[in-house]
Ligand binder design. Sequence first.
Ligand code: NAP
Ligand code: SF4
Length: 674
Amino acid sequence: MTAYPHLLRPLELGHVTLPNRVLMGSMHTGLEETGDWARVGAFYAARAEGGAGLIVTGGLAPNAEGAVLPGAAGLRTAEDVAHHRMVTERVHGAGGRIAAQILHAGRYAYSDRAVAPSAIRAPISPFRPHALDEAGIETQIADIAAAAARAREAGYDGVEIMGSEGYFLNQFLVAHTNRREDRWGGSYENRMRLPVEVVRRVRAAVGADFILIYRLSMIDLVPDGSSWEEVVTLARAVEAAGASILNTGIGWHEARIPTIATSVPRRAFAWVTKRLMGEVGIPLVTSNRINTPQIAEDVLAEGCADMVSMARPFLADPQFVAKAARGEAARIAPCIACNQACLDHTFAMKLTSCLVNPRACHETVLVPEPAAEPLDIAVAGAGPAGMTAALAAAERGHRVTLYEAADEIGGQLVLAARIPGKEEFRGLLDWFAGELAASGVDLRLGHRVTAEELGAYDHVVIATGVRPRAPGIPVAPGAEVVSYAELLSGRAAPGKRVAVIGGGGIGFDVAEFLAHVPGQSPSEDLALWKREWGVGDPRQDRGGLRPGGAEPAPPPREIAMFQRSAGKFGGSLGKTTGWIHRSSLRAKGVQMEAGVEYLEIGPGGLRYRRKDAEQVFAADQVVICAGQESETALADLAARRPAGSTHTVGGADSARGIDAKRAIADAYRLMLKL
Ligand code: NAP
Ligand code: SF4
């Protein structure tokens, strides 16, 4: 008997039966744009082998003007069809099913060719789109239908029409982006004409025996978004026009409410899909922040949806479904929703991967082979780099001893897990602990390994991480100055008026830690989180925005952050999450002072100069988050060992810009070579 009976139940769609209720949601990986279609095929085939019931590809452009970026992958030519056939054949060979997502970006297209219902620039785009005329609209519909026909020709099992997240079809639906006065604008009946017509024409183009998913924005989270009545009306019209599944879209890209970041509570929007259950006859898929089989099971068992969509969890672990089915859920590498190696890469025009799984999108490039000769390998430090190195080496057949000076594994991850909004790191630590236990790695906790002890090993990996940088600010007697590690580990209690030195990732983490009452993390309390961000019920509040706006709980103390550089505060934070941290802390009244020169920390607070004026922030505590330096305790080891047998990874190698993503990726890549 499985622990996930709802999740693993087949889904009957008429002409086809899906083996389970798991849809691998659409993600833009950048793989298609590499032109290496064998690699694209390998990526999707791994997820099909891992048991995803139905996979949806990243968004594919139906025409040049609808492409998210110039040159973005599409379904526009016979050559595209040939390339995509390589993908569908691999997926079918692995026993899976795959649908192509057709994405017309409308005014979100990053190009001066962008088209939209009206010539209104999106707040997140520099380009003002061209308003389409009647013929232009017909061209878009015909191009989308033709792309769907090509998807079928390429062997896809279906298409997903992207109708949410504020893209082209969504832009017709709401009045603030659609100011038309013809039959495509004005009344709701007119505004929904385009999406419904697209579905009708796509169905006509692909025939009855083809999956047609429509991704419908169920809560826009933007001003003047759709009302609930409009959502229901559209859902029914789209069903009548030929959709076979409705997928849930949450929030437009321009929404100022986070929808998938790690600080968003798990299954935060399943209740929205549940509102639509019973309003249509076709299956509904729910989405966003579902990352374990148990959460997915609960969502289905509670009748929130007929199917769940998970996207990033399939980057973290392609075997998600297979492991759940085998009763090995604890061994699923967890997606911690950090966005650091996936969405942040996408926005930086870099290939997607995954912080916890560097093989994601690198299936044909990073291939662990059994070691030619099993060696004795010691790893010093059980932070993210050390744990990854130990696991990767053990997986290849080496005999591994992992030394850690602390009494627990994790290094900096332990501190991260204490930040409100970063609770997902706890799951990552549990996963590492479980994998180490299962791997045969000899883990020696509470053991600060010496150079002498390391002499006996064939190879030594130094993964001792970083230590906080001392900023060298003069400190007068009587001042309370603590490091972020002392504060987050509980060795120092937080003050009442706290100055945070440093506006990097850790400065922001510390400010979040200080801005919340212990035990009251909005990320673990959906009602609280909705109040903090102003999320309402779309049944009463148009677009799901609370009429009173956000109502953040007051912080338990006064907090001010400082940085010397004059640029944007938190400029080094991830593109997709930095704005969330800035906005959440501003809402809590956290002061942010950029361009300062530190003068002294004294019992009266932090004295600094800004714009030629000397100022004092009357802090009773100053927390230092001024970056990191490599831990160099074993730095001279290499000189005492045979050449090429000592390796330094992660923060111990270079502290500059070090984070868990780089630590894990560097360690993994190193261990493939030994
Ligand atoms: P960081 O991002 O490099 O920030 C260091 C901060 O300290 C900067 O604001 C810097 O600002 C300040 N600083 C540097 N030298 C200083 C000095 N001598 N005196 C006073 N201030 C100084 O480092 P971090 O905050 O320690 O983070 C470490 C790594 O973890 C980074 O790569 C970071 O991205 C990552 N991380 C990321 C997240 C996330 O949310 N994605 C969270 C935590 C950590 P000024 O030089 O302008 O004063
Ligand atoms: Fe999830 Fe982070 Fe991996 Fe992206 S990089 S898939 S958010 S764990």
